[in-house]
Design a protein. Structure first.
Length: 486
């Protein structure tokens, strides 16, 4: 078989998503005006499922394609399952909202498919240029999605802010890529690793390149000090889009960050990027925990929650060990379920006039009005706070354990303190739901599909989810081992 066809077969998920997004665009164009969104959305979910099924036939071990620009391994396969599942959930949860809001256009699932394609390329990038192509392919549709509800000035503002700051971050990242290429002579991760390992003295040029690349990727994961776009975009973007931003892109960017740092910059230079990550992790945990205390908008609260959770996830990445990467993947998996479940509950609720619920005061007495949704949201909040025996406690324990095992005891202690502070605003929302008198008679949006996804996420995050810990930890350990070939 010709090498190009072999490469296309290895990149099965990307091939399916590429052809599927083009087919979805044509399907939406030629479908009837009233049913184009529903037909295209269901087709997009089928494409995402098919892309996931191609991973079942993925070759064992580490397989490179497209002259080493692309790599397929257990690490990328694990993250692609999370990304595809989160994207499929994002398509389904958005369907009722889009139909009711007047923004029901078939371009939404098409843009989401293209963004997902970029994310799958990101986690399989074995070259800095592939990394950049994947990032931009994921980012450009995301800018449009943030401004998708164009009748709303806040949505247009969110899209513009995201675009301007995203373009700045992309420029910073690309400058870092040029520095790495100039001082190593290659953009391929394993070749860069060979050059770095062979150096006897610290290369200031490479160090500056790492700083710029970390700055660009920190923007993508909403890590401090590159978090400034997150609260405004989450608040202004349509709620289904904010739900998508909180899940799949975070998993893809964290996976990309882990691959770049662990594979391309091992050995002595790892101590340099570890110091940068320690600062970013501490700043994200502390700011995310403290700044969220004053929030009154549920979407801004979840935005600051995501910033804090990225800090906790980076605690697992900082040691750069197999145990740390395994803990990072464990954390990402549980975080995606917790945050998607939280946004699903918000999406299910409506004020008496039909407008969406965004103010935390609107959740007053929710346990008396909608007890099932209140119980589900309480599970997500307790889990995000890391309170045992809910599932959210165990990934936090895992990342702190990995940090302590590598001697980063102070980092783990700061993370523990930040987790205690963050628990305040999670518990405050639970107090509002269960102990305050109802403010407005909230109604449910009534989507049975969204209700089923809430139930699934709640069961996964509840103590019942502990049954999944053993297989999940085994899967994350296999995935992490792919970055550390013998």
């Amino acid at each position: 078989m010709h090498p190009i066809f072999t490469s296309i077969a290895i990149a099965g998920p990307e091939t399916v998503l590429t052809l599927g997004s083009l087919a979805a665009l044509m399907l939406g164009t030629f479908s009837g005006k009233g049913k184009a969104l529903t037909v295209t959305s269901l087709f997009a979910v089928a494409i995402l499922a098919l892309a996931g099924f191609t991973l079942l036939d993925a070759p064992a071990g580490i397989t490179r394609a497209f002259d080493g620009l692309y790599v397929a391994d257990d690490f990328s396969a694990f993250l692609k399952v999370i990304i595809l599942a989160a994207a499929a959930a994002s398509v389904l949860l958005a369907l009722p909202w889009l139909n009711e809001s007047g923004s029901g256009r078939f371009e939404y699932p098409v843009l989401l498919l293209l963004a997902t394609l970029g994310m799958t390329i990101m986690v399989s990038a074995n070259d800095l240029l592939t990394l950049y192509v994947g990032l931009e392919l994921a980012a450009l549709p995301s800018y449009v999605l943030a401004a998708f509800h164009r009748q709303d000035d806040r949505s247009a503002e969110a899209g513009l802010k995201y675009f301007v700051l995203g373009a700045l971050a992309s420029g910073i990242l690309l400058y870092g890529v040029t520095l790495i290429y100039g001082f190593s002579g290659s953009t391929q991760l394993d070749v860069i690793a060979g050059v770095v390992s062979g150096q006897t003295e610290r290369s200031i040029g490479l160090l500056f390149g790492i700083v710029f690349i970390l700055s660009g990727l920190a923007f993508k994961v909403s890590a401090v000090p590159f978090h400034m776009w997150t609260p405004d975009v989450y608040e202004g973007a349509p709620t289904p889009v904010a739900a998508f931003f909180s899940a799949a892109p975070k998993a893809a960017a964290l996976g990309l960050l882990a691959r770049v740092l662990v594979v391309a910059f091992p050995g002595k230079i790892a101590a340099d990027w570890q110091q940068i990550l320690i600062f970013i992790a501490i700043a994200s945990m502390v700011l995310g925990a403290v700044a969220a205390v004053a929030q009154t908008n549920i979407k801004r609260l979840l935005a600051y929650s995501s910033i804090a959770n990225i800090g906790f996830a980076l605690v697992g990445l900082t040691p750069g060990t197999p145990a740390g990467i395994s803990a990072l993947l464990f954390y990402v998996t549980v975080y995606v379920a917790m945050t998607l479940g939280s946004f699903l509950v918000v999406l299910q609720l409506r004020r008496p006039d039909g407008s969406p619920v965004e103010s935390m005061a609107d959740f007053a007495g929710l346990s008396k009005i909608q007890p099932k949704l209140a119980a589900a949201l309480a599970i997500f909040m307790f889990s995000l706070a890391g309170i045992p025996p809910l599932l959210g406690f165990w990934p936090k324990f895992a990342v702190f354990q990995a940090a302590i095992a590598s001697g980063l005891i102070a980092l783990a202690l700061i993370g523990f303190v930040a987790s205690v502070i963050a628990a305040f605003y999670y518990l405050r929302l639970i107090k509002i739901m269960y102990f305050d008198e109802p403010a407005v008679p909230l109604a449910t949006e009534g989507s049975s599909v969204n209700g089923a996804m809430i139930a699934a996420c709640a069961l996964f995050c509840s103590p019942i989810g502990m049954l999944a810990i053993s297989p999940l930890v085994a899967a994350t350990a296999r995935a992490a081992a792919a970055l550390f070939p013998a």
